[in-house]
Design a protein around this ligand. Sequence first.
Ligand SMILES: [Fe+2]
Length: 199
Amino acid sequence: MAWKNDGMSNATATANGTKNATFTRMDQSTAEEWAEIGRQNFANQPRVAETILSMLRSLADITDGFATDQLTHCLQTATYAEKAGADDEVIVASLCHDIGKAISVSNHGPIAAEILRPYVRPDVTWMINVHQDFQGKHYYAHFGADPNKRDEYVGHPAFDMTAQFADEWDQIAFDPDGETYPLEHFEPLVREIFGRVKY
Ligand SMILES: [Fe+2]
């Protein structure tokens, strides 16, 4: 049934009371339809956090030879960050720092950084983007790569924070017996941070 068939709008009412547009080309859309799309988009913002939580849960299926699965590793990293007194954005970034592995292990740092970028301050995004090179201090030598690759970033305002993240939280968080808060512990913070429309 037409929601408002006055020639100005193509929107139709749906069973749940929303008024979806019917345009099939954007050049035939109306301002009224876009107002409704914007309203629904804003109302559905909580979907972002639920998607993040779903991606995190999927990391439980990725072990790839480590002593812990990747969800445990992420939870343990965030646990160490929280116990060290990190702020909320750093805790959530620690929780999500390897979320990119749900898509591509090889490119996981930049993927995670782009997921976080709209929701956290720039230095936190930077930390996640380069975290693998800082982590490399502890294992790059096994591949013949430069364990001091992080030195390229000396002088960056987030250098010390990223070094702490890598050395004190991330690289030690592969312990099946290590303290690990459950995902439920972090869920309210995930919903708060990813509930932001934009940082
Ligand atoms: Fe990690």
